[in-house]
Ligand binder design. Structure first.
Ligand code: PEP
Ligand code: MG
Length: 886
């Protein structure tokens, strides 16, 4: 018999798949003896069954009734009992936190009779009618599907009639009138009545929360966060406690440390005389917990103690939702809290320092994406204009964009390629598409725990919230800042989420403190010190080496400063561009061997110089130099432009430039429909006489030059796009011949390992054969992905990947994160068969995936020796290679 309902006393945090994060953690807090209002959780399994069939799973409702009875016995009150009702909250809670994306219904159990009982026992008619008003409104919109704006309209009309500035100025009879008008509204809109039966209310609310799993905004959020669509949500049903019972009551959100900076100490927002959702919605400005300490020291002390208990128990930053009901503190939720990248590093280091977690665990609490974020540049405030506004630094980073005032406009402009900043008074879950589209989110209300702050932090968006200097006028599409400065929609602003400042125009950028550390070793603050220690530990534990893709001495030197242990891919094609293009043209156009040899001879010293510079920057470390790869026509002028130039010269009666005519002839000869599948890679080396010899000679002579200068050059020669061992054998014969020639000529023995890229499925599938000729393999996963999927790497990402991502064909582009199932399988086969044929064969990866965290974990698992990535990803790869080894 499947079990669909768990009492809080029955579960624990290990059951998060079944009970959702909220349900599992409420159970855990109950077990820890913290003051949690009693309740139970309906499982995600029940939700999945309901969503699959549209029917309540058999037995669920009976189980809910049984647990309700137990709850009634424990609290000594019946649900909706007329003289002293038990009231319930019904809240969503999925395995992964989806802040505000699903539904909640509070005050279940109120009806025309029990509202009077509640008034009596609470001693406040206003409170009772306000609670009933909230229930009818939430139930009407969430469960019965009435447009929430209609309730707001009714409220606004009443406030106008009563000349009340806000709902706190409405009295009990106003609210009773509002309940009636809401009920009428529901009847008119749906043809049904608001149910008076508390049991029916409960049952319908549970199903409505299940359904909200598939609400559009919830789907969008999951898509962005890569949360699977088939998990379903659990539903927690819990005795209501009230933060809106007067000045000695209130609701708040707390973090056991500051989630933006990681600084220790209880941190959060509190709103007296309010329900929890008022805090998160940022409707009124909150007070700090320091102010709560002055207001209610006893509750504050308890909160402080419970926070400590939770942090010691979870051994991590926790966030907490709590309510104080007439001086009694209740814990309504906890979870391991979201945090910024800065805070992640700082907290991990602190917890290691406090002995609460091991160094390995500390490494696992941070990630490469966070480190990459810390490497982003910052605003140069010395060159910024006067601050438009200060607010709460809710999610760090520097962002520039045009101010926009609603989600739809943000989406529209971003789709047209514009960078935007979404400016709102406060955000709601419906603003999610705009938040996704924007570079930054700026609000005039709400604290670090407001919806805007929580969601932006989770997504890594820059966010400044609660910027009280701003008056946001969404209707007029403008805001007014300090000194009456007006910013209209489309005006560019700069938002600094690290310090909470907003500037006019585009502020220039400078290197971040983390970047300065990576460049120079300077440890400017405790976050940077934490980064440094984490990277050091990653270097100790990782098995994968990290190299860089670099093809200039400057990039090589930077990569080395960032910790690269060599160069895994030096592409030689850039050396054929710029001023040297002329020489390449001559080589291609040459009609005679002598002409071609002349052009190659002119290129030789230039290439030698390039290689010598790179070998010097990487002295003592391996440098893998790849022979020329792209199709030759990439070095010639564009075919259409040439044809147009010639045709227009002819049309105006003149004679076209003979060089143009000659070039066009060559371009036409070399034209290919699918150049990426054409004459490129090793094929080029085999059909263009002298090309391989020139490149290898340049490498070998550079090695000699460096050796004579007292260096330790370690060049490796890599042949691209090999599909058959015969190709490699031919290329290698040429390489070996030239190396021997140069050794002989100079008297300096030049020994360069010769290997190949594995970037065609055929190469992977015949790796055992290819390894007979290759001293190393380097996986070119860009081309391997392209050729395995049959996707053109230059076209598909814009053409149809958005649709593929939308339809969940894959969660991320296979050019970004390695497709383990397909491309990964080829990698695995090639490593196994290559090593079987040649024990000790060295293997690495130099496609873009070499810098992608998830892919790095895979490369570790299949046993590659190294990953190679762009210099700026080297620190990220070091960190992730360390995490992969844990
Ligand atoms: C690859 O294909 O993965 C690779 C590294 O080579 P390129 O990107 O230069 O084709
Ligand atoms: Mg390639």
């Amino acid at each position: 018999m499947v079990r669909y309902v768990y009492d809080f006393r029955d579960g624990d945090r290990g059951l998060a798949d079944l009970l959702g994060g909220k349900g599992a953690n409420l159970a855990e807090m109950t077990r820890l003896g913290l003051p949690v209002p009693p309740g139970f959780t309906v499982t995600t399994e029940a939700c999945r069954a309901f969503l699959a069939t549209g029917e309540e799973p058999e037995g669920m409702s009976a189980e809910i009734s049984r647990h309700l009875s137990a709850l009634e016995t424990a609290t000594g009150r019946l649900l909706g009992q007329p003289d002293d009702p038990l009231l319930l909250s019904v809240r969503s809670g999925a395995r992964f936190s989806m802040p505000g994306m699903m539904e909640t219904v509070l005050d279940i159990g109120l009806n025309d009779a029990s509202v009077l009982g509640l008034a009596k026992v609470s001693g406040s008619e206003r409170f009772a009618w306000d609670s009933y008003r909230r229930l009818v409104q939430m139930f009407g919109s969430t469960v019965m599907g009435v447009d929430p704006a209609l309730f707001d309209e009714a409220m606004t009309l009443l406030k106008e009639a009563r000349k009340a500035p806000d709902d706190l100025h409405l009295d009990a009879s106003d609210l009773a009138w509002l309940v009636e008008s809401y009920k009428r509204l529901i009847r008119n809109e749906t043809g049904r009545d608001f149910p008076q039966s508390p049991a029916q209310q409960l049952q319908q609310a549970v199903l409505a929360v299940f359904r909200s799993w598939n609400a559009a905004r919830a789907r969008l959020y999951r898509h962005r966060e890569h949360i699977p669509d088939d998990l379903g949500t659990a539903v927690t049903v819990q005795r209501m406690v009230f933060g809106n019972l007067g000045p000695d009551s209130g609701s708040g959100v707390a973090f056991t440390r500051d989630p933006a900076t990681g600084r220790p100490g209880l941190y959060g927002d509190y709103l007296p005389n309010a329900q929890g959702e008022d805090v998160v919605a940022g409707i009124r400005d909150t007070m700090t917990l320091a102010e709560l300490e002055r207001l209610d020291p006893r509750s504050y002390q308890r909160l402080h103690d419970h926070a400590r208990t939770l942090e010691r128990h979870y051994r991590d930053l926790c966030d907490i939702e709590f309510t104080i009901e007439r001086g009694t503190l209740w814990m309504l939720q906890t979870r391991v809290g979201k945090r910024t990248a800065e805070a992640a590093f700082a907290i991990a280091a602190e917890l290691v320092g406090e002995g609460l977690i091991t160094v390995d665990e500390g490494l696992n609490r941070v990630n490469g994406e966070g480190l990459a974020r810390l490497m982003f540049p910052r605003f140069d405030t010395d060159r910024a204009g006067d601050v438009l506004a200060h607010g709460v630094p809710a999610s760090p980073g520097a962002a520039v964009g045009a101010a926009v005032f609603d989600s739809a406009e943000a989406v529209r402009r971003a789709a047209a390629g514009e960078q935007v900043v979404l400016v709102r008074e406060e955000t709601t879950p419906d603003d999610l598409p705009g938040m996704v589209a924007a570079q930054a989110v700026l609000t005039s209300r709400g604290g670090k725990t407001s919806h805007a702050a929580v969601v932006a932090r989770g997504m890594g968006r820059v966010c400044v919230c609660g910027a009280q200097d701003l008056v946001v006028n969404t209707g007029a599409r403008r805001f007014t800042a300090r000194d009456g400065i007006v910013v209209e929609e489309g005006d560019v602003i700069s938002v600094d989420g690290s310090v909470g400042a907003v500037y006019p125009g585009k502020v220039p950028l400078i290197a971040s403190a983390t970047m300065r550390y990576l460049e120079s070793g300077e440890q400017a603050d405790s976050v940077v010190a934490a980064v440094a220690r984490t990277l050091e530990h990653a270097d100790v534990v990782r098995r994968l080496e990290v190299r860089a893709n670099a093809d200039t001495p400057e990039d090589a030197a930077r990569a080395r400063r960032f910790g690269a242990q060599g160069i895994g891919l030096c592409r030689t094609e850039h050396m054929f561009l710029g001023e040297r293009r002329k020489l390449v043209e001559e080589m291609i156009l040459a009609r005679t061997d002598a002409g071609r040899e002349q052009a190659l001879a002119a290129l030789l010293p230039l290439q030698r110089q390039d290689f010598a510079g790179i070998l010097e920057a990487m002295d003592g470390l391996p440098v893998t130099i790849r022979l020329l790869d792209p199709p030759l026509h990439e070095f010639l002028p564009d075919r259409v432009q040439l044809a147009v130039r010639i045709a227009s010269a002819e049309a105006s009666g003149g004679r076209p430039d003979p060089h143009d005519v000659e070039l066009l002839d060559a371009v036409n000869r070399m034209h290919e429909e699918n150049p990426m599948l054409g004459l490129r890679g090793v094929r080029l080396g085999l059909v263009v006489p002298g090309l391989v010899a020139m490149q290898v000679r340049a490498v070998a002579e550079a090695v000699v030059e460096r050796t004579r200068a007292g260096g330790s050059p370690r060049a490796e020669i890599m042949v691209p796009l090999v599909g058959a061992v015969e190709e490699l054998r031919l290329a290698r014969e040429e390489v070996t011949r030239v190396l021997a020639e140069v050794s002989e000529e100079t008297g300096v023995p030049v020994r360069c390992p010769v290997g190949t890229m594995i970037e065609l499925p055929r190469a992977a599938l015949t790796a055992g054969r290819i390894a007979e000729e290759a001293e190393f393999f380097s996986f070119g996963t860009n081309d391997l992905t392209q050729t395995t999927w049959g996707f053109s790497r230059d076209d598909v990402e814009a053409a149809f990947f958005p649709a593929y991502l939308d339809k969940d064909v894959f969660a991320t582009s296979p050019f970004e994160t390695l497709d383990r199932e397909g491309v990964g399988r080829l990698v695995r086969i090639a490593v196994e068969e290559g090593r079987a044929a040649r024990p000790g064969l060295q293997t690495g990866v130099c496609g873009e995936h070499g810098g992608d965290p998830e892919s790095i974990h895979f490369f570790h698992a299949v046993g590659l020796d190294y990953v190679s990535c762009s210099p700026f990803r080297v620190p990220v790869a070091r960190l992730e290679a360390g995490r992969a080894a844990l």
